[in-house]
Design a protein around this ligand. Structure first.
Ligand SMILES: Cc1ncc(COP(=O)(O)O)c(C=O)c1O
Length: 475
């Protein structure tokens, strides 16, 4: 390969510098995302110091509480790394078993169904289809549901839901900033306030249950900023589906496999889903693994008989991804991580509530279940700081989350934004994060609040040049 190319050795040996990486990202990647992160001073690229800690190019050490719930063990968690080394050293499986049985895929199919059946025995003979992302898992859920109820045309969903950004899943994600420019969206989608069972019942009555394919929901809304369903809603909705034959599709891509303190937030809430989608933690923070679990009769409607290739993909079920998925599930089970998530999450939420009460002019609300936690920040514009200029006020209001993100970074924490809630930051630490680091994470949250006792301090504590660059970037 000519020397003008970047060689793998260059990246492995770190001869490929972070400044060259940034240059290439800006030239050929998501330029504006990289630029925005550069303005905020948190662009990386990061090196791992431990599975739970990163170092930025300036040498700053950070605790990673980001990862959008897809990093269940941290980066380079030794049991997963050791397993992958032995997987690669003992390679005897074909990489893409598209037209053959596969030990790795079979084992993961078996274990996933065994796990689900341990929570809901009616799934003992269910089936799995593997894909490469959460969105793809949801696409497959809707597609199979339609085939299972071919005469029905309508799908019910919920406000502020997040199901992905492919054409169908974006249509089910009722966020105008995500949907604009991509119409026509999929038709016959009926959106309800999250948690409003009566509204769902009214729609079903209006449309006729036989005309409704499915209801799709997150059993706890993640990208909306960790919104918990009202008591009894999940069970009630499940009962409505059972009584009417409408299929219940539960998107557990963010909530499932331990993040919220149980194996499945849906079954934990009394639901009996017909279709469950999984992704994020199944990839162990290392590989792309999406899975859609169906009741057998639904699966067979699409892939029965000679139609058994009617839905397929090239990479889903590949051996490396399946091996990572199998090991990830094994670690989650062996280390009892859902239980740890519930226990540590409860402690953290209590502490966060205390911090919120101490600094209500900075943090207006905290929410959480297990190790999926959110903090909502006061709208700077509501404090009368920049009310004179409406456009600027809107921008600053939107930017509150970004300025808070920057402040947490300055205090050594990487947090997550929330796609459907601009002033909400999420903490999604690895479920394996050691106790002392977990405490340190909360200490750093408190230190950041102490430094910004009122949201308006976010402006004072951001250098004028950064503010100016942000305004220029956004306008
Ligand atoms: C609940 C939920 N569904 C679906 C998705 C989409 O997953 P992916 O980004 O892998 O396509 C996400 C991602 O954040 C999610 O949180």
């Amino acid at each position: 390969m000519p020397s003008s190319y970047v060689r793998t050795d260059d990246v492995l040996s770190e001869r490929y510098s972070s400044s060259r990486a940034l240059e290439h990202e800006i030239a050929h990647g998501n330029t504006d995302l990289i630029k925005a992160l550069t303005i905020l001073g948190c662009v990386g690229p990061f090196k791992t110091v431990s599975p739970w800690e990163y170092q930025d190019p300036q040498g700053k050490r950070l605790i990673n509480t980001g990862g959008y719930s897809a990093v269940p063990f941290g980066d380079g968690y030794p049991p997963l790394v050791k397993f992958l080394q032995s997987y690669l050293e003992n390679l005897h499986s074909i990489g893409l078993p598209q037209q053959s049985a596969s030990n790795w895929r079979a084992a993961l199919e078996f274990n996933l169904i065994k796990l689900l059946a341990s929570q809901d025995p009616t799934h003992a003979d269910s089936k799995v289809f593997f894909s490469n992302s959460g969105a793809e898992a949801n696409e497959a859920a809707i597609k199979f549901a339609k085939a299972a109820r071919p005469r029905a045309k309508h799908i019910l969903n919920f406000r502020r839901a997040y199901h992905g950004k492919t054409q169908m899943t974006m249509s089910l994600t009722p966020n105008p900033s995500i949907q604009k420019d991509f119409g026509p969206l999929a038709p016959n989608i009926h959106t309800h306030p999250y948690g409003d069972l009566d509204a769902v019942k009214t729609t079903i009555k209006k449309l006729g249950a036989d005309n409704v394919v499915a209801v799709i929901l997150e059993p706890l809304q993640g990208e909306a900023g960790v919104i918990l369903p009202p008591e009894g809603f999940l069970k009630g909705l499940s009962e409505v589906c059972q009584a009417t034959g409408i299929l219940l599709i539960v998107d557990e891509i963010q909530s499932g496999l331990g993040r919220t303190g149980s194996w499945f937030a849906s079954t934990d809430g009394g639901m009996q889903p017909d279709i469950i989608t999984l992704a994020k933690p199944l990839g162990g923070g290392m590989a792309a693994v999406g899975a859609t679990i169906y009741r057998k009769w639904i699966f067979d409607k699409v892939l029965g008989g000679l139609d058994c290739k009617r839905h397929s993909n090239t990479f889903g079920g590949n051996s490396l991804a399946m091996a990572v998925g199998l090991k990830s599930l094994e670690i989650l089970i062996d280390e009892n991580l859902p239980e740890r998530s519930a226990r540590m999450g409860k402690l953290a939420l209590d502490r966060l509530k205390g911090i919120q009460q101490k600094y209500p002019e900075f943090i207006t609300d905290v929410r959480g279940k297990g190790m999926l936690m959110a903090m909502v920040f006061r709208d700077i514009t509501r404090l009368g700081v920049v009310q004179a200029n409406k456009d600027l006020a809107e921008l600053v209001s939107e930017a509150s989350g970004l300025l808070a993100l920057r402040q947490f970074y300055q205090n050594g924490l990487i947090l997550n934004l929330s796609l459907n809630s601009t002033r909400t930051l999420r903490l999604t630490p690895a479920l394996t994060m050691p106790d002392d680091l977990f405490n340190e994470m909360l200490n750093r949250v408190e230190a950041t609040a102490r430094k910004n006792p009122r949201a308006s301090r976010l402006l004072v504590n951001t250098p004028p040049k950064t503010l100016l660059d942000l305004v220029k970037f956004a306008t």
